[in-house]
Design a protein around this ligand. Structure first.
Ligand code: PGA
Length: 266
């Protein structure tokens, strides 16, 4: 696992944007795995700006989002499809017929989960997967104690996740407690993974993911098994790490060796 520590959330987002830019320049038809939440917003703004300036294009790319709230249709303002349209897709040159979400409005969610796995496979798998992390260590909606080999399926959100996400819902609004999510096994098949985390609320989950044992109690710890996973942090999310100086040292050495290849090794 490679750990990159930046001073600010904006710098962390720019670093992640560099990884996406390099991916798309090298392989314009890349399959990107995308995430919702507050954390990726700065990254998405950076990608939108680069696209506007003509520095990168999503014209040939496809995307697969990690998860979707069960029971919310694509036009529901709280759906992750709606979120992604607003935050990214409507503002870049992507062909929206190639942007995919689990069909959480399906009357048969188990079948929708299997269909999503098949669609992913047919697309050739994810080249670059973006992840956020929950304060409880979840990735996608794989809450603690999810099987590390899990595939796309229905998951019950924990009380903590529901509380963490309540800020996106108004007081009297229905807030789903179930979601369709890619599994940890699905996520680990991505050829490359970037996890972005900022702010002090993520510091403990990051410490457990990077330094702790690989355990279903902290789903993001499964990334230790991945040969090309990069964890990009701001200084606050890195705040509980035992030896941040080590990661800064490694990063400096790698930059000196290969200044344009950020995050390639892990
Ligand atoms: P956040 O969510 O970016 O809104 O903190 C991350 C997550 O729960 O995966």
């Amino acid at each position: 696992m490679r750990v990159v520590i930046k001073d600010t959330p904006a710098e962390a987002a720019r670093y992640a944007a560099d990884v996406f830019t390099r991916q798309l320049l090298g392989q314009p038809g890349s399959v990107l795995g995308l995430a919702t939440g507050s954390t990726p917003l700065l990254l998405y703004e950076e990608l939108i700006e680069r696209c506007r300036l003509g520095a990168l294009s999503f014209r040939e790319a496809s995307t697969f989002n990690l998860d979707e709230y069960l029971g919310l249709g694509a036009t529901h303002p709280q759906s992750y499809r709606y979120f992604m349209d607003q935050a990214l897709f409507d503002r870049i040159d992507i062909d929206k017929t190639r942007t995919h979400f689990p069909d959480a409005a399906s009357p048969d969610p188990q079948k929708a989960a299997r269909d999503y796995e098949r669609c992913l496979r047919d697309a050739g798998g994810v080249d670059l997967q973006l992840l956020g992390i929950g304060a409880n260590g979840h990735i996608g909606f794989n809450e603690p104690y999810s099987s590390l080999g899990s595939r796309t399926r229905v998951k019950t959100l924990t009380a903590q996740t529901v509380a963490d996400n309540a800020r996106f819902f108004s007081e009297d609004e229905f807030q789903p407690q179930l979601a369709l999510t890619m599994g940890i096994g699905t996520i680990l098949e991505a050829r490359r993974i970037v996890l972005l985390a900022t702010g002090p609320a993520k510091a403990s989950a990051i410490k457990q993911s990077v330094e702790g044992p690989i355990t279903a109690k902290c789903p993001a710890s499964a990334l230790q098994l991945h040969p090309a996973a990069t964890v990009i942090l701001d200084i606050e999310a890195a705040g509980a790490l035992e030896d941040p100086a080590l990661f800064r040292h490694i990063e400096k050495q790698d930059q000196a060796l290969s200044p344009s290849a950020n995050g390639v090794a892990s």
